[in-house]
Design a protein around this ligand. Structure first.
Ligand SMILES: O=C([C@H](O)CO)[C@H](O)[C@H](O)COP(=O)(O)O
Length: 428
């Protein structure tokens, strides 16, 4: 049987969700999911509206029910849901009540394994309890720390005979992987609903799941650092700031010229104003792709210039960031070495050998430790703590995707305030 493509409408505005659903259906979506954020924002009218608008499509209500299974399942079905999703982490009694309600009102019950400690054992039990569909699901926050639903799918597929739905950051490639591993239903949210062209994205997933047996290629997994760097290269510093709950950039530290994109792990230098020993020696410590980050302590004497930049460029060091002055600005621009600083002056100090390489520093008002990620562009410089780098990169990519979709809606004639329904969401 052809795999089912379920598009998760994880929006908070019903009108936007309906428009996105229309575009997703044009691209081949079979089932439309009233996502949990939509249900929390708009209640059961989200399910009712979707049913009225898309009479020929199964509407899935992602209730994420944890208790009172009978009431919540009944309410969703009476609003038009053909499939209701509850949480597998709930008590067996809640599953049983949900099953009874689903049978009585004539819909199917999907049980979601999100955050269940032993998904295989729980899936077996859920099948015994009468679930119609098992949802193998890695939630959005879990995806950001690198969890993958396909790692769970294989075991669950072997253990149960009922239908399996898979969700968790799937795109055209991984959706095909899910089908190849035995998924009957492929659930895609962000990678369809936040695309600039929803129909084209849905089509890509559709084609890829329909030919999954033939075309699925297992791609080699990249290292976390490689993936982190690749993602940081794709996103902007505003995306990163938003992903970190609007974290600030380095204060007063600006790019030397337009169009720089700097990404790399920090090699830090705590410096004595203008003393160029430790900053320049840091070029021998830094490896290819790393960024030298200097606290110079003065905007009036420079510890860095063109010759230091050339040496770094030759070695493949990604760039330099200075809280303080830089010199030889014209030459650095000419050789296009990525450099950020808070001032430029012609004068340097002597190489005295004060200061320290790879100590924790404060640069532009932000704490920087060796190994933290530094991302700079025309907007400024962000610091991402090493231990959160992959997660922040993934979240920043989600911010970028959401903006891509908003951009499309603005291009169709709306203002940002209208797209976001700002007046409704002001803090009361
Ligand atoms: O169920 C979901 C999530 O918990 C938010 O409610 C998503 O609908 C599901 O994960 C699919 O969305 P993507 O992971 O963005 O593909």
């Amino acid at each position: 049987m052809k795999p089912i493509l379920q598009v998760a409408l994880d929006e908070v505005e019903l009108a936007r969700a309906v428009n996105i659903a229309r575009e997703a259906v044009a691209g081949g979506a079979d089932w439309l999911e009233a996502g949990t954020p939509l249900i929390k924002s708009e209640g059961m009218s989200a399910v009712r509206t979707l049913k009225n608008e898309f009479r020929d499509h199964v509407i899935v209500a992602d209730m994420k029910t944890m208790d009172t299974g009978a009431i919540e399942v009944e309410m969703a079905i009476k609003s038009g849901a053909g499939v209701v999703s509850i949480l597998g982490a709930c008590d067996d009694s809640t599953v049983e009540e949900s099953v009874r309600s689903a049978r009585k009102y004539g819909a199917r019950l999907m049980v979601d394994l999100i955050n269940v400690p032993d998904p295989v054992a729980r899936a077996v039990r859920l099948q015994e309890l009468g679930a119609d569909i098992i949802g193998v699901h890695v939630g959005i926050d879990q995806q950001m720390v690198g969890k993958d639903p396909l790692d769970i799918l294989k075991g669950v597929r072997k253990a149960v005979t009922i239908q399996i739905a898979v969700a968790g950051g799937l795109d055209a490639d991984s959706a095909a992987g899910a089908v190849a591993l035995g998924a009957d239903i492929v659930i895609v949210g962000g990678n369809i609903i936040r695309a600039r062209d929803v129909t084209a994205s849905a089509k890509r997933v559709r084609e890829s799941i329909d030919s999954a047996g033939k075309h699925y290629i297992v791609r080699e997994k990249k290292s976390i650092d490689e993936e982190t760097r690749e993602i940081f290269m794709q996103v902007s510093t505003p995306n990163i700031s938003d992903a970190m709950h609007r974290a600030p950039a380095m204060r007063d530290v600006k790019p030397l010229y337009e169009g720089i994109k700097l990404v790399g792990k920090a090699v830090t230098v705590q410096n004595f104003p203008g003393d160029w020993s430790k900053p320049v020696e840091a070029s021998d410590v830094a490896q290819k792709g790393e960024v030298i980050v200097i606290y110079n302590g003065s905007n009036y004497v420079a510890p860095w210039g063109e010759l230091a930049s050339r040496g770094c460029q030759q070695k493949g060091i990604a760039g330099v960031v200075i809280d303080g002055a830089i010199r030889d600005v014209d030459d650095i621009k000419r050789i296009k070495f990525p450099a950020f600083a808070s001032a430029s002056v012609p004068n340097a100090n002597d190489p005295k050998g004060f200061g320290e390489i790879n100590a924790e520093i404060t640069c532009g008002g932000l704490r920087v430790r060796p190994g933290d990620w530094i991302i700079g562009d025309d907007n400024g410089v962000m610091v991402v703590p090493a231990e959160r780098a992959y997660e922040v990169a993934r979240r920043a990519l989600e911010v970028k995707k959401s903006e891509d979709r908003v951009r499309t809606e603005i291009e169709r004639g709306k203002t940002l305030a209208q797209v976001m329904d700002l007046y409704k969401w002001e803090k009361k």
